[in-house]
Write a protein that binds this ligand. Structure first.
Ligand code: SF4
Ligand code: SF4
Length: 339
């Protein structure tokens, strides 16, 4: 275990930022957001960022290819460049696990080279939670918020930041800032972990489980009458999908630049009425069908295709952001009586 006193945290950030781009959670416009570090930027004390670290690897808008038209000639321009190395610092345990879900989608054959490029160059430094919120339920997915995954795991105590490298990438990062760090025992970290576990054990959603879900109950869950009442008030606003660290649906569109086409992808939402619109028609005609798709994907289809791993990490964002207070916990609890 290595440590640095909190008084020298700025030195640590400066040292990392000197070598590669560094992003830390900082308070901006009333919420915590990952922000590119510049000397003096203060790390937020908020429990988690408004938007997850997904944005670094799967940005909301991304140019895929350009077509330049010149008379009868069309030039195809590949906008991909080798991504610069970067560090995302302060990722919580739920969001650190979200990459396991995203990797299964984007790194499966055929590999999404845009995502792969960013994953290759990004280092995740996670931060253990000490004050989990009432909306948190990462423990339901086997995530330990007191000892999160990541290339490097950090614990922030009253007076020091403790660091442990978990991967080769993490070790390489630690090596770059080694002169600033000192060896330490793990007594303070173990004490913090025990205190956090006690809080985690008292959270309102501590006993929430998705055990009844998965591929075996596919048709039973799909055909449940409960979808009618559950989806009745859904506004189709897509907020739940946009704040979710594991949602990964996108649309591809062409923008006419006047002398060519810019083909880009942007986040889409299965909650939107035109999400499955095709030339041949719309297979999901009602909000109930769209709503059902989102939760069936996370609770049933994804685990059925990924050795039981659910498409949710219990970050609680959809619990706090949905304007009608609908969320995956309510859906799972309502459906489970029927399974
Ligand atoms: S945030 Fe709530 S209202 Fe908006 S689409 Fe999601 S479930 Fe529906
Ligand atoms: S479904 Fe909700 S709780 Fe689960 S990962 Fe997405 S936003 Fe977080």
């Amino acid at each position: 275990m290595l440590k640095i006193s909190l008084g020298k945290l700025t030195d640590l950030f400066d040292a990392i930022a000197e070598k590669e781009a560094l992003y830390i959670p900082a308070d901006k416009a009333g919420v915590a957001q990952f922000t590119r570090y510049e000397n003096g930027l203060k790390m937020s004390d908020a429990l988690n960022t408004n938007r997850s670290a997904k944005d670094f690897f799967f940005p909301q808008i991304e140019n895929l290819v350009d077509f330049k038209v010149n008379g009868k000639n069309i030039e195809i321009i590949d906008p991909r460049t080798e991504q610069e190395d970067f560090v995302v610092f302060g990722v919580r345990g739920c969001d650190a696990r979200s990459f396991s879900v995203l990797d299964k989608v984007f790194l499966a054959n055929p590999v999404d080279s845009y995502y792969a490029n960013r994953r290759e160059h990004g280092t995740i430094v996670s931060m253990a939670c000490t004050r989990p919120a009432e909306t948190c339920f990462c423990g339901s997915f086997g995530i330990d918020a007191s000892d999160p995954e990541g290339d490097v795991t950090c614990w922030k105590t009253e007076d020091a930041l403790y660091l442990r490298a978990n991967t080769e990438k993490g070790e390489a990062l630690i090596e770059k800032v080694k002169p600033l760090l000192e060896e330490s025992d793990d007594a303070a970290v173990e004490a913090q972990k025990a205190a956090t576990k006690e809080i985690l054990g008292k959270l309102p959603l501590r006993s929430f489980t998705t055990e009844k879900f998965g591929g075996d109950v596919m048709m039973q869950a799909f055909n449940s009458d409960k979808w009618n009442s559950l989806s009745e008030s859904c506004l189709g606003c897509g907020t739940c999908t946009f704040v979710c660290p594991t949602c990964q649906c996108y649309d591809i569109r062409d923008f006419n630049t006047g002398n060519g086409i810019q083909r880009f992808r942007c986040w889409d939402s299965c909650m939107y009425s035109d999400f499955t619109q095709m030339a041949g028609g719309q297979p999901r005609l009602t909000q109930k069908e769209r709503f059902r798709q989102r939760f069936m994907h996370k609770l049933v289809y994804f685990p059925a295709n990924n050795n039981g791993e659910y498409g949710c990490v219990g970050c609680g964002r959809c619990l706090s952001k949905c304007p009608i207070s609908m969320n995956i916990v309510k859906v799972a609890k309502t459906l489970e009586g029927e399974l």
